[in-house]
Design a protein around this ligand. Structure first.
Ligand SMILES: [Zn+2]
Length: 376
């Protein structure tokens, strides 16, 4: 006598990883006979955790061989009560399906305004195939009350446009299964917004202003003025913006050094910046610069000893070749580790020049002097 081991029914999901609130379609097949039916109880979703919310049946009823669930927690599907050849009881057990939390994002556009203006807030869930609804919107001005009209946003609006007249935060909340997700977007009312999300940060303006002042810009001769440089970081834990200056490194009236080192696990680089402590519009000429070399011990620039100086000429507008070389080398390193490229901001007495990453020699000139309160 021989016994044949018959394969069990196959329960096959279209995929085994999805976000809470997404729908998964499954089919059940029996390969060794066409004579089979699904009895009771039929399709069953087995949750990993009893406390996770029950799935919702989207498609399927009775003895259908395909079935769809909208799921909110990890688990697997089973088809119980199958009867083959009129008398052989079978159960099909599907593979484990991993359910992850969806991503929730709130954005504001425009994020910087000069005064009372319409701002559109958008709440979105990724992946977009998740079924979800908004629980709430909450507007909180940075100080005082009000600042939104004619009324607050309502949960019926995933895209909400209101007139905003104060700086503040708009927060939204959604509940998807066991996940309560919140995100917020900041709107700032500032003089002369540039539309550049980095340049429009209060911290960026203060950092550029402070660096220019620290350059001794009103010094009567250029040798008394010192380029100041630094970087802007986003603290990923607090959400705040932090400024690091490189004042301890070599700098003179026409060159500065950089030490762009930070913990990429806790901080994200937003931008680098330095000053040009003179006025191109006034025709300022920096007559000579120190000739620089790399210090083999530190890797940083230092003046050649004995002092050697080279003509520099009219400083003009836009970054120097070393400015562009630094930015391009930095962005190659960032892109190699999957981080977004950054811009470099150069402030002189007339303008802020944004050296646009990857677009040498394109730069955007921001005429902050035409807007007296730009740096406030
Ligand atoms: Zn420069």
């Amino acid at each position: 006598m021989t016994a044949e081991v018959l394969p069990p029914p196959a329960v096959t999901p279209e995929r085994t990883t999805l976000a809470a609130g997404e729908t998964v379609a499954l089919t059940v097949t029996v390969t060794w006979t066409t004579n089979w039916v699904i009895g009771t109880p039929g399709w069953v979703w087995v949750k990993d955790s009893a406390s996770s919310p029950d799935p919702v049946v989207v498609q399927g009823c009775g003895q259908t061989t395909s079935w769809s669930y909208r799921v909110y927690g990890s688990g697997h599907a089973e088809v119980r009560g199958i009867v083959a050849e009129g008398h052989i009881p079978l159960t099909g057990v599907g593979p484990h399906i991993q359910v992850t939390p969806p991503q929730f994002k709130v954005t504001a556009a425009p994020a910087s305004i000069a005064g009372a203006q319409a701002v559109t807030f958008t709440a979105a869930v990724t992946p977009s195939t998740v079924t979800w609804s908004l629980s709430s919107w909450t507007w909180r001005p940075d100080s005082g009350t009000g600042g939104i009209s004619p009324n607050g946003c309502t949960p019926a609006e995933k895209v909400c446009t209101r007139t905003i007249s104060l700086s503040g935060w708009m927060k939204a909340t959604t509940v998807i299964g066991q996940y309560t997700l919140t995100d917020s977007a900041h709107v700032r009312v500032i003089p002369c917004p540039t539309g550049d999300s980095i340049a429009d940060l209060q911290e960026t303006r203060a950092a550029l202003s402070d660096a220019l002042q620290a350059s001794n810009v009103s010094g009567p001769n250029f040798q008394g003025r010192i380029e100041r440089a630094g970087m802007l970081l986003r603290n990923l834990q607090t959400g705040g913006v932090e400024v690091v200056r490189f004042d301890n490194l070599y700098a003179d009236w026409c060159a500065s050094n950089d030490d762009i080192a930070y913990n990429s696990g806790t901080h994200r680089l937003l931008a680098i910046f330095h000053t040009h402590p003179y006025s191109p519009k006034a025709g300022d000429i920096v007559p000579y610069c120190n000739k620089l070399e790399i210090d083999p011990n530190t890797g940083f620039l230092r003046p050649v000893q004995p002092p050697a100086i080279v003509p520099f000429g009219n400083v003009g507008a836009g970054g120097s070749d070393p400015d562009w070389n630094l930015l391009n080398a930095l962005n190659q390193q960032l892109l190699a580790v999957g981080q977004p490229a950054v811009d470099e901001y150069v402030i002189d007495l007339d303008n802020i020049m944004r050296l646009n990453h990857g677009q040498q020699p394109a730069y955007t000139s921001i005429g902050y002097n035409a807007c007296p309160n730009w740096l406030r």
